[in-house]
Design a protein around this ligand. Structure first.
Ligand code: SAM
Ligand code: DTB
Ligand code: SF4
Length: 330
């Protein structure tokens, strides 16, 4: 038996070399090991549908190279949007619930959370989303422990704050905030007793060792993040990374499988970049351990897979009605 299936307890001492060795296994061996870990820790039929809404779009002072919302990338025209009203957000949450979402995630293009009317409105949104019976997640940039506690008191389920890439590659992508700043926000999230949603992006020109290194940092967090979004870069014209090629779908599969093995208990979310995957590639990602998707026509500013297509995919994954009866009749 392999080490990770024989001793499946989550580990915090992974080395980059160990993770890299797993990542680079022959593909079928990698996927079958990841699948075994997935089955050992999860109900494989359970795929979470997370709905996403941008509550404040564009004009962000940070310079993240991948992001269409950065004010540094003047060629991107988003049509600046002020913060949405609480009632507008709650109507969207109600529609998401009716469509079958489990979690409602709200994103703001802020460098950090500031106390005052804007933050108070977000707290109201969180309470309203929870009252609908949905899990609530927000991503608002950096925050301190007192702000994280206020979110917890408002009923927030999880806070999303991504590492994005490895510590070694990070300075190629973002210069206005440090890797240490990100880890400090994650510490505040944990100190407040919130669930942590933390992952990254592949396809930004990083090496495979950088991908492994990012997973090493995620695994060093104790406890591991409860959810881990793995995004493939959506190249947006006008951003510094806008001319990069989309990654090979099988590289996405490798990253998902490796994440599943290194972070066995986490919900691994097949996040941005799904529009470039065939239905079959998405199913392969799920076999390799992905158990959550963003569900809804848009991510924050870019297109997501259409809901009707996702419904077809999720129906295809479900057991065929009367399949066992038909089998015995034959
Ligand atoms: N401003 C907040 C922050 O950065 O923490 C929250 C919003 S930010 C858009 C959330 C995450 O979206 C980023 O950390 C990044 O991982 C992901 N993201 C942004 N643009 C992307 C793109 N073009 N392709 C893939 N992922 C992207
Ligand atoms: C995450 O890891 N991916 C989501 C969510 N967390 C907030 C955002 C993806 C954004 C993709 C680019 C866009 O639509 O602007
Ligand atoms: Fe701003 Fe977040 Fe985009 Fe960075 S990723 S530019 S912090 S909205």
């Amino acid at each position: 038996m392999t080490r990770e299936t024989a001793n499946p307890a989550p580990r915090h001492d992974w080395t980059t070399a160990e993770i890299l060795a797993i990542h680079d296994l022959p593909l079928l061996e990698l996927v079958s090991r990841a699948s075994a870990v997935h089955r050992a820790f999860h109900d494989v039929d359970d795929v979470q549908k997370a709905s996403l809404l941008s509550i404040k779009t564009g004009g962000c002072p940070e310079d993240c190279g991948y992001c269409p919302q950065s004010a540094h990338h003047r060629e991107v025209h988003l049509g600046k949007v002020e913060r949405l009203e609480v009632e507008t957000v709650l109507s969207a949450a109600r529609r998401a619930k009716e469509a079958g979402a489990d979690r409602f995630c709200m994103g703001a293009a802020w460098r950090n959370v500031r106390d005052g009317a804007e933050f108070d409105a977000v707290l109201e949104m969180v309470t309203g989303v929870r009252a609908l019976g949905l899990e609530a997640c927000v991503t608002l940039g950096m925050l301190n422990e007192a702000q994280a506690r206020r979110l917890k008191e408002a009923g927030l389920t999880a806070y999303n704050h991504n590492l994005d890439t490895s510590p070694e590659f990070y300075d190629h992508i973002v210069t206005t905030r440090t890797y240490g700043d990100r880890l400090e926000t994650l510490r505040a999230v944990r100190a407040a007793g919130l669930e942590m949603c933390c992952g990254g992006i592949i396809g930004m020109g990083e090496s495979v060792a950088d991908r492994a290194s990012m997973l090493r940092v995620l695994a060093s967090l104790d406890p591991h993040p409860e959810s881990v979004p793995i995004n493939a870069l959506v190249p947006v014209e006008g951003t510094p990374l806008g001319t990069l090629e989309r990654i090979d779908p099988l590289d996405f599969v490798r990253m998902i499988a490796t994440t599943r093995i290194v972070l066995p208990k986490a919900r691994v979310r097949l996040s941005a970049g799904r529009t470039a995957l065939s239905r079959e590639a998405q199913v392969l990602c799920m076999v390799a351990g992905a158990n959550s998707i963003f569900y809804g026509e848009t991510l924050l500013t870019t297109a997501n897979v259409r809901v009707a297509e996702d419904d077809t995919l999720l129906t295809a994954l479900a057991a065929r009605p009367n399949a066992s009866r038909l089998a015995t009749e034959q």
